[in-house]
Design a protein around this ligand. Structure first.
Ligand SMILES: Cc1cc2nc3c(=O)[nH]c(=O)nc-3n(C[C@H](O)[C@H](O)[C@H](O)COP(=O)(O)OP(=O)(O)OC[C@H]3O[C@@H](n4cnc5c(N)ncnc54)[C@H](O)[C@@H]3O)c2cc1C
Length: 466
């Protein structure tokens, strides 16, 4: 680090150009603030990345995002409405593996009654749900679901859902932190079923205007999700207010006596900023903060990020017997496989493969599997995935197209005690005026959460003139 290097001055410096950093940067520049974003990688987007190769369009990380009013507003501001595509309506159907066979998840109460996923005992437990009292202490997702809905719903619905979203362990994830909307239904209505009925009644009494975007739809873009992160980056740099420096890993941050910050990169560049926003993974934030705030670093460091490998496989249509008529297949831990699940990618968003081909995206690894599940050579990882999926989907032979993206530290786990940890982090961080900690380790891991959290932070800074 060269302490004599000339320093660039800027209002706000953001470290990390993933969704959170780009969203914060975009909204700050929209409010006329000067921003520089430092990104370690050669491209922006973080976990979001889309690649088109020889007629195959694949995603490196997330595959879709959920429609919300805030997202519709952002897409219109970025002029992306014409690029946006909706998921195939068939993708409403979802499969879960049970006893070695794919079973469709029930789509309505009638299907629930006849579903082979749940026993009569499970349905009796469900019928008692409205009268079950809320718990007084913090519960894991497994405890919460077992108490309210019973073991069958935990094993065959919630466990695979938790694997699909968090690659997590329901026995470790905190219900209040990891599924806050479902937890709130219990707190506010005393029951999930009563909350569901209340919502349906409210929606009937106050139907959403037709001009409002339909909530809950899954979206992507003609050229993949990276369209969004590229558009955010483009809006920042063309605003005249923002710069993004890729290939610029931040190597050190130093608090100054006047509450400003000095930031150094591995390239030897130095910056001084009033506001410093960290949107890097928790362990990276801990490493940068440790030299001057050990207590803060010690709270961030233990946040778990299990490894996942995302395995994109392209087959001839006739190599896969399953009709692939849905979103994908989740594999509950009771089935004792290493693969968490598989997206039927070419059903979800058609026209992403050469003619006559299908694309599957499998995820292997996660918090409940041995560390090695997501590691090894391409052949080893593919071998494990095909061992799990070939009998379930009737796959014959090897994929003709294969790309594996390893995520050694994939998704932060909001485990028991998480909200106490986040409170401690907020209290410790508040001792540093003008330091702001954000990223998917707080406030939600979904693409939409990261966009909103970046926006809220930017608006708060702009509003306070901080
Ligand atoms: C495999 C996978 C599948 C997913 N699927 C979905 C899905 O289907 N739907 C959904 O809603 N969400 C999904 N997610 C979650 C979602 O994609 C992430 O939570 C979100 O993209 C995280 O954004 P972020 O900006 O907070 O963090 P990141 O994307 O991790 O961005 C942090 C950035 O900081 C940079 N950085 C790190 N160290 C430094 C440094 N020293 N200096 C400068 N920069 C640095 C990194 O390079 C990175 O670009 C998935 C995630 C993964 C990994």
């Amino acid at each position: 680090m060269n302490s004599n290097a000339p320093r660039t001055r800027v209002d706000t410096l953001i470290i990390g150009a993933g969704l959170t950093g780009l969203s914060a940067g975009y909204h700050l520049t929209k409010h006329g603030e000067q921003v520089i974003i430092l990104e370690a990688a050669t491209r922006v987007g973080g976990a979001v990345g889309s690649v088109i190769e020889a007629g195959w369009l694949r995603e490196l990380g997330p595959n879709s995002l959920m429609q919300t009013e805030a997202l519709a507003q952002l897409l219109s501001e970025l002029d992306l409405s014409a690029e946006t595509i909706e998921a195939n309506p068939i993708a409403k159907k979802r499969f879960v593996a049970k006893n070695g066979h794919p079973v469709a998840l029930p789509a309505n109460p009638l299907e629930l009654l006849s579903s082979p996923l749940f026993s009569l005992g499970d349905l009796f437990h469900l019928a008692r749900e409205p009268w079950i009292k809320p718990a007084k202490t913090e519960e894991s997702i497994a405890q919460f679901v077992r108490r309210r809905l019973g073991q069958g719903f935990l094993d065959w619905a919630v466990d695979p859902f938790v694997s699909g979203v968090y690659a997590g362990d329901p026995n470790r994830l905190s219900a209040r932190a990891a599924i806050p909307k479902i937890y709130a239904m219990e707190q506010e209505n005393g029951s999930l079923i009563r909350a569901g009925i209340a919502r349906m009644k409210a929606a009937k009494a106050n139907p959403a205007p037709l001009t409002q975007p339909a909530k809950g739809k899954l979206l992507s873009f003609k050229k993949g999700l990276q369209t969004l992160t590229d558009a955010l980056a483009c809006a920042i740099t063309t605003s005249g207010k923002g710069e993004i420096h890729t290939n610029s890993p931040c190597s050190g941050i130093i608090p100054n006596a006047d509450n400003s910050w000095t930031v150094h990169t591995e390239l030897g560049d130095s910056f001084t900023c009033k506001n410093l926003i960290l949107t890097v993974p928790a362990a990276v934030a801990a490493r940068l903060l440790e030299p001057f705030d050990l207590a803060l670093a010690e709270q961030l460091n233990p946040i778990e990020y299990p490894p996942i490998a995302s395995v994109v496989m392209g087959f001839n249509r006739d190599q896969v017997a399953h009709p692939l008529d849905g979103f994908g297949l989740l594999i509950p831990s009771k089935e004792h496989k290493q693969t968490l699940g598989v997206l039927f990618s070419s059903t979800l968003f058609p026209d992403r493969t050469p003619l006559g081909k299908v694309m599957l995206t499998a995820f292997i690894g996660g918090r409940q599997k041995p560390q090695e599940a997501a590691e090894g050579t391409e052949d080893e990882i593919l071998g494990r995935v095909l061992r799990d999926l070939s009998p379930l989907l009737g796959i014959q032979g090897q994929p003709e197209f294969l790309r594996i993206q390893a995520w050694p530290r994939a998704i932060p786990q909001y485990e028991l005690g998480y909200l106490t940890r986040i409170e401690a982090i907020s209290t410790l961080a508040a001792r540093w005026p003008n330091l702001h900690l954000a990223g998917n380790w707080r406030g939600g891991i979904a693409v939409g959460d990261c966009l909103i959290n970046g926006q809220k932070l930017a608006e708060q800074l702009a509003a306070t003139g901080a």
